[in-house]
Design a protein around this ligand. Structure first.
Ligand SMILES: [Fe+2]
Ligand SMILES: [Fe+2]
Length: 213
């Protein structure tokens, strides 16, 4: 789809479309949420509130993923890389919808700072793309690797009774692993250690804040 030549105006419209879709469209997921039949809820109280905090963090992470992929697609050098980014972003949009739906079921809300997570991530994604496709893809692979670790920690932290949130997180993790592998196959190079550490720090700031705000 993206093999065509996009004019600067096309690119800007695409960026605006990405932002509006993430912020306002509330589109349903293309794939049904995992275990959609199991509408189980942890009993109201501290466990349910903790599950909601964790799923709010995951929702914020998926908002950030939309920003990262949109910014990166804007500056990626080749149609092949843009295509890879668009395919991953479409799966991330499912994650966003699953998390949004689950947050509502848990009786909670998304992060008030979602526009900040999106905007900051968009800029980081655009910068990653400007560094050239091998580095940009390296950024995707490292991001997804860190997200995989984060989701692993959530699989430990989520209440055992919350099977539905756990199923969603496990499905997201499988997709994130595939995104990292696709980026590696497409020519990702490893990032320098300071960059990896900085990415981890940014992620910790976001996850620590979105838990509460
Ligand atoms: Fe995701
Ligand atoms: Fe991903």
């Amino acid at each position: 789809m993206d093999a065509r030549q996009l004019s600067p105006l096309d690119r800007l419209l695409e960026v605006a479309n990405d932002a509006l879709r993430t912020g306002f469209a509330r589109l349903p997921a293309r794939r049904p949420p995992p275990e959609s039949a199991a509408r189980d809820l942890p009993a109201a109280g501290p466990r349910r509130r903790e599950a909601a905090r964790l799923m709010r963090v995951n929702h914020a992470g998926e908002v950030a993923a939309q920003g990262l992929y949109s910014g990166h697609a804007l500056t990626a050098r080749t149609p092949g890389t843009r295509d890879l980014l668009h395919r991953a972003a479409a799966e991330e949009a499912d994650h966003l919808a699953w998390c949004r739906e689950r947050l509502a079921e848990l009786g909670s809300r998304s992060s008030l700072l979602d526009p900040v997570w999106y905007g900051a991530s968009f800029m980081i994604g655009a910068l990653a793309g400007l560094a050239g496709d091998p580095v940009g893809l390296g950024f995707v692979a490292e991001t997804e690797r860190q997200v995989e670790g984060h989701l692993d920690r959530h699989l430990v932290a989520l209440p055992a009774a919350d099977r539905r949130s756990r199923a969603i997180v496990a499905s997201m993790k499988a997709d994130e692993i595939a995104h990292a592998e696709a980026a590696r196959r497409a020519g990702a190079i490893p990032l320098p250690r300071p960059a990896v550490m900085l990415m981890g720090l940014c992620a910790r700031i976001m996850t620590g804040t979105a838990r509460w705000i």
